[in-house]
Design a protein around this ligand. Structure first.
Ligand code: CA
Length: 552
């Protein structure tokens, strides 16, 4: 027999939400064990039953356990590391495989973004739970290394969601549009894969959908009326009409404008690849530079701007929210993923840029929470971690440390990356320094432990940090292997003295995806002092839009 319990819980904001649970009663004798199988479907009960029957046909508990263990081992063995304690690394790698989740039933049916049941197939299944604001940064780029085919399936899901719901999801939850977070970061996920040569999807359709997401147009989107202004904010109208989003018209205006500029740069990249008309390419090249409109020369920080063009006043760079999303100006000023050199120029050159980067750690963990009216957990985590205003517990700043490479001081990136890996990831129940967020904060660790990070998804480059291990081996789907050797690595030897790739001296501050995927050996000589001569030449710096596209 069973008991159905309907109840409600109180949310942080005082609202009550209905919850439902079921209690199953078994008339067992003492020490008798019960085997239970659970099927889940978003379609119907018949779908749930078929799912469990096809995935777990018998009642062999040990076999189910063994299969699960072997499936996880297969995923986790894509990267081998040598280290006494592997717990943190493989915990992180484990987290990168949890979502997006398979959403197509065993019979091929699924719930679409229009909330209708569709007949699809299990060869090209649909996935859900796309935390794109987080995962465009490192989780999806990591997938291009360890499982590009699965990443392609994610992309096909995103395109289907556009077709069935009217637009790319911003944060898709069980085939529901949510108004959560900002940006149209399905675009960088797709363009990143395309630029790396993974093109098992309809690129023209993806491009069309990307154009749709970049325009202000509320028609034909199948989402609740309450969600629509968040999913399709008027911010998109402003960024296209005047090049920024007025802070007296829209909330989170600077965060939106900066991330839109990057997304538009991704559209520019794809437009060029697809040989779109010059006019269209130029339009998105221009929009990619919209970040400049929010730079305040006086504070050297990104700052809200009113509709009349004046900067927001008063301005407190330590104020969370308002013109920013779960962060402050110190966190978002760096959200120029595609053009760090442009940001360096705005700040008055490399020295000034490095000083501003240093300041993030030097400014005490003070904050202004008046916009939220309470200390949100992201603020609390910054305080606990006590690395100045560096707030690794939330995603916007997670690429920041790597920016030292664009200013010719890679050893500072090497220093801080190691410090963050040591302090903010521990093998304890509170081992993450904030919301892990669907694989993103873990993907940061996996990349950083290997010694590089995708600052600008949409390029094929990974910007250098320094590896954590004496040896790591990546096993690619194409059958090739990459060995990363750093035999002198230790708690003291955290700096790159020199490196070579397949026996040839390597001087660049970045690695190229397509070169890595050919396999081979990366030999990295580590030392306890920064090599102040390595990584200082601008020709070895990573991609910046305003430098690299001018050459052509
Ligand atoms: Ca977060």
């Amino acid at each position: 027999s069973y008991t159905l319990v309907t109840d409600s819980i109180t949310m942080d904001n005082g609202k009550r939400l209905p919850v439902c649970k079921v209690l199953l009663h078994f008339n067992t004798t003492k020490d008798e064990q019960v085997l239970v199988k659970v099927g889940v479907s978003a379609v119907d009960i018949a779908g749930a039953r078929k799912n469990v029957e096809s995935e777990i046909p018998g009642w062999d508990f040990d076999k189910v356990r063994k299969n699960a263990r072997s499936a996880w081992n297969q995923y986790l063995s894509k990267i081998d590391i040598t280290k006494d304690d592997k717990t943190i690394f493989y915990t992180a790698l484990y987290h990168t495989a949890i979502s997006p989740n398979l959403f197509t039933d065993a019979d091929g049916r699924y719930l679409g973004m229009d909330l209708e049941v569709h007949q699809g197939d299990t060869i090209n299944p649909l996935y859900t739970v796309f935390s794109l604001w987080d995962t465009f940064r490192a989780l999806h780029p990591l997938m291009t290394i360890i499982d590009p085919d699965l990443n392609n399936q994610f992309i096909n899901s995103l395109i289907k969601k556009h077709q069935e719901g009217g637009i790319y999801p911003m944060w898709d939850l069980g085939s529901n549009y949510t108004g959560t977070m900002i940006g149209y970061h399905a675009v960088p996920v797709i363009v990143d894969a395309y630029m790396k040569g993974y093109r098992n999807f309809d690129a023209k359709e993806a491009y069309k959908a990307s154009l749709r997401a970049a325009e202000y147009d509320t028609t034909g989107i199948k989402c609740p009326a309450l969600v629509l202004p968040h999913l399709m904010p008027k911010a998109k109208y402003y960024k296209n009409a005047i090049g920024y989003i007025p802070c007296d018209r829209e909330n989170e205006s600077v965060a939106k404008a900066l991330e839109y500029a990057y997304d538009d740069w991704c559209i520019y990249k794809l437009a060029k690849e697809l040989k779109r008309p010059k006019k269209e390419i130029n339009l998105f090249a221009k929009r990619a530079m919209n970040y400049k409109n929010l730079f305040d020369k006086e504070s050297k920080l990104m700052r809200g701007r009113n509709e009349d063009g004046t900067f927001q006043s008063p301005f407190n760079p330590l104020k969370w929210g308002d013109a920013f999303t779960e962060g402050n100006s110190w966190h978002y000023t760096w959200s120029v993923f595609h053009d760090p050199q442009g940001l360096i120029d705005l700040m008055g050159g490399k020295d000034s840029f490095v000083m501003m980067l240093d300041s993030v750690f030097a400014v005490p963990p003070l904050f202004d929470d008046s916009y939220y009216g309470q200390v949100i957990h992201e603020i609390r985590e910054m305080q606990i971690m006590n690395m100045g205003n560096y707030a690794h517990g939330n995603q916007p700043i997670q690429h920041m440390i790597y920016l030292y490479n664009y200013a010719g001081q890679p050893w500072k990136a090497q220093y801080w990356v190691r410090d963050v890996m040591n302090k903010m990831y521990t093998p304890t129940p509170d081992g993450y320094c904030g919301d892990e967020d669907n694989g993103q904060t873990s993907a940061w660790y996996v990349f950083s432990a290997l010694g590089f990070y995708p600052v600008a998804p949409g390029t094929t480059q990974y910007v250098l940090g320094a590896p954590l291990f004496k040896k790591a081996t990546l096993h690619f789907e194409n059958g090739k292997n990459l060995v990363i050797n750093a035999p002198e690595n230790s708690d003291k030897n955290i700096y790159i003295e020199s490196m070579s790739f397949n026996g040839v001296n390597y001087t660049k501050n970045y690695l190229d995806h397509n070169e890595l995927l050919k396999g081979g050996v990366l030999d990295i000589k580590m030392g306890d002092k920064p090599n102040l001569n390595r990584g200082v030449n601008p020709e070895d710096f990573p991609y910046s839009f305003s430098v690299d596209e001018k050459k052509k």
